[in-house]
Design a protein around this ligand. Sequence first.
Ligand code: GA4
Length: 325
Amino acid sequence: RMVLFSKTTTEQYSYIKNCMASTFSPTIPIVDLSKPDAKTLIVKACEEFGFFKVINHGVPMEPISQLETETLKFFSMSLNEKEKAGPPNPFGYGSKRIGRNGDVGWVEYLLLNTNQEHGFSLCGKNAEKFRGLLNSYMSFVKKMACDILELMAEGLKIQQKNVFSKLLMDKQSDSVFRVNHYPACPELAVNGQNLIGFGEHTDPQIISLLRSNNTSGLQIYLRDGSWIPVPPDHNSFFINVGDSLQVMTNGRFRSVRHRVLANGFKSRLSMIYFGGPPLSEKIAPLPSLIKGKQSLYKEFTWFEYKNSTYGSKLADNRLGHFERI
Ligand code: GA4
């Protein structure tokens, strides 16, 4: 078994003293994509939480579990082997370190570009199979992301139904795929503490679609200042509003702050598709959503936003620089 962290290094990670319990216990919105009220529920969920769970999503379970199996095989290789696919600059295998500015977490991961050939070698005899499964999974989730974005546009009564989805459909779309593996951390089971797997942050892109195994850990931040755990569900997808969608909706939809805590007993595996626009795309509030109000954000290109993102730490409020005062 691979040893990711030594006992002494765990002391360098961020423990969470205690999680303030929410004064009310909201349940995470569930949207059945096969029902006619989906668009209304999606809009409501994006306004209240910037987060919801999707059922009846139409993605067949088979390619999902095959990809999960292959991914677990990858992570079960020796650190030495895995590091041949790293470091993630920006794509490839990474462990513990997240981004370029000193964030660390109890996690190892693969970061991939969805459009280009991956600029690093996925080694081993399973490489071709792995690549094929990744590509087919990515086309399924991209399709779902576009369907959801179209429901959002309809729910917001925007004339142009593909105003958001066209950004992901674009050949130049700067979308990213990430697989996170959070090994079980037995120490936590013993001392009952909580350890950060992936520190709190909002996603910079338009929309993120997450699917995980049945291990808990994901939490979302509510505006009352509390964190609520998201019960895992390996048959469903979880959708995050990203910063760019918050801007395009002029703040009507909220990008959700979220984090992952390590688990003392079970390892967690999650796969996330981050749907982003082309680098040259101008991101600004849509005129029909400003109407009668003022624009809350300055216009920027995705290239500019992405650059400022890479200069930030996970927990930073990245949209702050682009707010109109
Ligand atoms: C968060 C969302 C995506 O995982 C990601 C992350 C990126 C990275 O891991 O390189 C960032 C993080 C994410 C936001 C702030 C910067 C950049 C790590 C980090 C400290 C791939 C993304 O696009 O932004």
